[in-house]
Design a protein around this ligand. Structure first.
Ligand SMILES: NC(=O)c1ccc[n+]([C@@H]2O[C@H](COP(=O)([O-])OP(=O)(O)OC[C@H]3O[C@@H](n4cnc5c(N)ncnc54)[C@H](OP(=O)(O)O)[C@@H]3O)[C@@H](O)[C@H]2O)c1
Length: 252
C-alpha cells in the first residue's frame, strides 16, 4: 500500500488545478490564450517510469520549464538522468513522484498499470490529470493482457479500469522516443499529438502541457478512441494536426 497521501493537500491541489483547467477552457476561446500558457509552467509534473520514453518526455517537460520528478522502482538508477536534465529535474520513488505531481504522467509497461492502480489509485484519482502514455504490447505485456485490453474496448477504457477514478488523457502513445525530442517545436509546422479523454478539465490541462512541449494537441474523442492511440494505428507516427483530424474523421 502507498503511504498516507495527505488527502487535504491532494484536494487543495485538485481544486487549484481544476479551477485552472476551467480557466483554460474559458481562456482558450478568447484572446488571452498566451497568458494562460505562461501560467502553465507552474504545474509540477510527477512521472511514473523513466525509461526510453519517460526520459525523453522528462527532457521535453524540463525544456518547457516544468518542474519534474520522475520515478521508477529503482530510483537510485535515475540520478544521472536528473543531473543531465538540470535543476528542474529530480528523481524519486513512485510514491514520491505521484505525491509531487500536480499532474502525473504514466509511462510504464502496460502490465505495470494494475499494480500501480492498486497501490496509488486513490492519490492518482485526486489529480486533475493522469497523462497515459502506456501501450499494451503483446511481446512485452503478454497476449492475455492484450486480449483483456481489447475486451475492455481498447487502451483508453482499459486504463480507466486499471486506474479507477483517474482523470485520464491518452497522449504521445505512438511517437517514438527516438524522435519526440528532435521533432518538438518543428519549424514550419508543429507535429500533432492525437489525444483522447473524457474529462474536459483534464483535456484542457493536457492540451496546455502538450503545447508547452512544442506539439499541437488534437482531441480525437473520448477515452473510447484511445484504442486508436497505439503504435500501428492510422494515427500512429508523425502527422500535422490537420492530417490527424482527417484520419480521425474516418475512425470510430
Ligand atoms: N519507447 C517508445 O518509443 C514509446 C513511445 C510511445 C509510448 N511508449 C509506451 O511508454 C511506456 C514505456 O515505454 P518505454 O519504451 O519507455 O519502456 P522502458 O524503456 O522499458 O521503461 C519503462 C520504465 O517503467 C519503469 N517501470 C516498470 N515497471 C514499473 C512499475 N511496476 N512501477 C514503476 N515503474 C515501473 C521502469 O523502471 P524500473 O524497471 O526501474 O521500475 C522504466 O523506468 C510503454 O507502455 C510503451 O508502450 C513507448
Amino acid at each position: 500500500m502507498s503511504g498516507n497521501p495527505a488527502p487535504d493537500q491532494d484536494r487543495r491541489s485538485f481544486l487549484r488545478l481544476a479551477g485552472y483547467g476551467l480557466g483554460l477552457v474559458a481562456l482558450a476561446a478568447g484572446p488571452t490564450r498566451a497568458r494562460a500558457q505562461t501560467k502553465a509552467s507552474n504545474i509540477k509534473i510527477g512521472m511514473v517510469g523513466a525509461g526510453r520514453m519517460g526520459s525523453a518526455l522528462a527532457e521535453l517537460f524540463v525544456k518547457a520549464g516544468y518542474p519534474v520528478m520522475f520515478s521508477s522502482r529503482h530510483p537510485d538508477t535515475l540520478k544521472e538522468l536528473a543531473t543531465r536534465l538540470g535543476p528542474l529535474a529530480q528523481a524519486g520513488t513512485v510514491e514520491q513522484a505521484v505525491a509531487y505531481g500536480d499532474v502525473v504522467v504514466m509511462v510504464v509497461p502496460y502490465a505495470a498499470l494494475e499494480e500501480i492502480g492498486k497501490t496509488h489509485g486513490r492519490v492518482l484519482a485526486s489529480k486533475p490529470l493522469v497523462l497515459d502514455i502506456c501501450n499494451p504490447i503483446a511481446r512485452r505485456d503478454g497476449d492475455d493482457l492484450v486480449k483483456w485490453v481489447a475486451e475492455q474496448g481498447g487502451a483508453g477504457l482499459a486504463s480507466a479500469k486499471l486506474l479507477p477514478g483517474s482523470h485520464i488523457v491518452r497522449a504521445f502513445n505512438a511517437i517514438s522516443y527516438r524522435r519526440v525530442v528532435e521533432i518538438a517545436h518543428r519549424p514550419g509546422g508543429l507535429v500533432g499529438v492525437p489525444i483522447a479523454g473524457d474529462d474536459p478539465k483534464a483535456i484542457a490541462l493536457a492540451e496546455e502541457l502538450i503545447r508547452g512541449t512544442g506539439f499541437e494537441p488534437v482531441l480525437v474523442g473520448g477515452l473510447a478512441m484511445g484504442k486508436y492511440l497505439v503504435p500501428g494505428s492510422p494515427l500512429a507516427d508523425e502527422h500535422t494536426a490537420a492530417q490527424i483530424r482527417q484520419i480521425a474523421a474516418g475512425l470510430h
